[in-house]
Design a protein around this ligand. Sequence first.
Ligand SMILES: [Zn+2]
Ligand SMILES: [Zn+2]
Length: 133
Amino acid sequence: MKLADRRTTKYVTEVKKIVRLRGHANNAEILADLRENYPDVSATTIHRVTQRLYEDGELRKGPACLDGSVRYDSNTERHDHFMCTMCGQVRDVSIPQACLSIIKCNVEDCSISGPLTVSGVCDSCKKMWREEE
Ligand SMILES: [Zn+2]
Ligand SMILES: [Zn+2]
């Protein structure tokens, strides 16, 4: 085993733990969390680890973050998301099959293959708005 591989292996467990704790996280968030315990860890290492976990099916990709970065998801079951367009937070939701059928009718001959993302404003952003008024 090459030294670089061994080092990566050590972080795999840590990265899995962080994503499970956060539910969803991008490489930058994982890196920031990991650096609290491992100040020397590099962005390239995290990139390699998340890519490997994704390829192994241990992580899924959720809706992209507002800055366009890949958001990893610890929930590997098929599920839909609500995403706040103000803060970019996502929440797992499950859209009933009946709704999917209605949507399917409206996309005509295209078929829905991937999970859905419903966009809107989350509760805490709504509260912030109200407080500013
Ligand atoms: Zn929000
Ligand atoms: Zn999710």
